[in-house]
Design a protein around this ligand. Structure first.
Ligand code: NAD
Length: 340
């Protein structure tokens, strides 16, 4: 599968043995999620034939400090613009690797091997790189698609259930944005992740990214559920996970779309059915509701300060969404309070 992201070709390769991509290259380095390295040491030990830097995958380490350490590592290993930097791990590792590759010497070659469900269908594809800065997630970054992304489903065999669920929620989100058979296939496979599911989800996302890599128009549709999710994550100090927050956000977006008359009851039920089918969270704990009433507006206004407007993605059909600017932020908070 090949895509053009801002005229740069990115190839998605379904192939277990990714050595082929760099075997002949003389200059390569590896940035690897430490846990993934430990879990798959037997196999990765045989494949990795260059200097490697292990990354402890936490949001705290997704920082400029880690990037500085990586720049030093790249310098020590004489990495230049024609060298290949290979990132192996979940979204934290691929975001860090891609950011380092895009900035070191103004851009080195990049290959990514995502090892989480979310990484395969979202973080490692689509060209966004990022690190966190002063408590704000992903506030520093670039657009820098990898030349190749290898999708190797066997890495999912050791992925904890909660990480599978995080990926599933983003997969459901993409299945609700655009017409495709992904919705039906997700349900008929009862949660089993197949290559077909991965291919469909990747294709849906990259079709959007091809048209709008830099998030100016259609790519904003991928923020479905995310305005609500961001409030829930902030209000709970990230105790509510991103996946849980997005699943609650999808419910809120669907309910608000129904109440505003953008969708009818039949479409509303179809959207909610998949969330219920996978038993995804449907209630905000009362203590957080109280905090939303007290501090929700502040969070929304901070967002507005950063982006100058509050745009919410609504449904206007099943597998169809649109963006609407919200002038009165209180209606978002009321939706969270009343609908879930
Ligand atoms: N660039 C983008 O477009 C984009 C999109 C979505 C999310 N993200 C970013 O991705 C990050 C979240 O990434 P994520 O959810 O993929 O995972 P992660 O990198 O946060 O990793 C989650 C955990 O799973 C472990 N892990 C990774 N692969 C494993 C495997 N195969 N088996 C067992 N354990 C494994 C990690 O060590 C870590 O403990 C966030 O920082 C988010 O901001 C980026």
């Amino acid at each position: 599968m090949e895509y053009l992201l801002n005229e740069k070709k990115t190839e998605i390769v379904f192939q277990n043995d990714f050595r082929i991509a760099f075997q002949k290259e003389t200059k390569k380095v590896f940035l690897i999620d430490k846990k993934v390295y430990q879990l798959f040491e037997n196999e990765l030990g045989k494949i990795i034939d260059g200097a490697s830097f292990l990354i402890y995958a936490s949001e705290e380490k997704k920082s400029l400090k880690t990037i500085e350490q990586i720049y030093r590592f790249l310098g020590e290993n004489n990495v230049n613009r024609s060298s290949i930097i290979i990132g192996i791990g979940g979204g934290i590792t691929t975001d860090i690797t891609a950011f380092a590759a895009s900035t070191y010497k103004r851009g080195c070659r990049l290959i990514l091997i995502p090892t989480t469900f979310l990484g395969m269908i979202d973080a490692a594809i689509g060209g966004k790189t990022a690190v966190n800065f002063e408590g704000i997630k992903n506030s520093i970054g670039t657009f820098y698609p990898a030349e190749k992304v290898f999708i190797i489903p066997k890495y999912l065999t050791k992925l904890p259930e909660k990480e599978i669920k995080n990926g599933l929620i983003e997969c459901i989100k993409i299945a609700l944005i655009k017409p495709s058979k992904l919705y039906d296939i997700l349900i008929s496979n009862k949660g089993k992740i197949t290559s077909e599911i991965l291919k469909l989800a990747i294709d849906l996302k990259l079709d959007i990214c091809e048209k709008d890599l830099e998030d100016k128009n259609e790519r904003k549709h991928l923020n479905l559920g995310h305005t609500f999710a961001h409030i829930l994550e902030s209000i709970s100090n990230y105790k509510i996970s991103h996946g849980t927050a997005v699943s609650l956000g999808l419910r809120a977006a669907a309910k608000m779309s129904l109440q505003s008359g953008y969708i009818d009851d039949a479409n509303y039920k179809k959207i909610i059915y998949v969330l219920d089918y996978f038993k995804l969270p449907d209630k905000i704990p009362e203590k957080y509701k109280k905090r939303i009433r007290e501090n929700g507006l502040e969070i929304l206004l901070q967002d507005k300060k950063a982006t100058s407007r509050i745009n919410v993605v609504f449904f206007n059909g099943f597998q169809s969404v649109f963006i609407k600017e919200i002038i009165e932020p209180n209606i978002i908070l009321e939706a969270l309070d009343n609908f879930i």
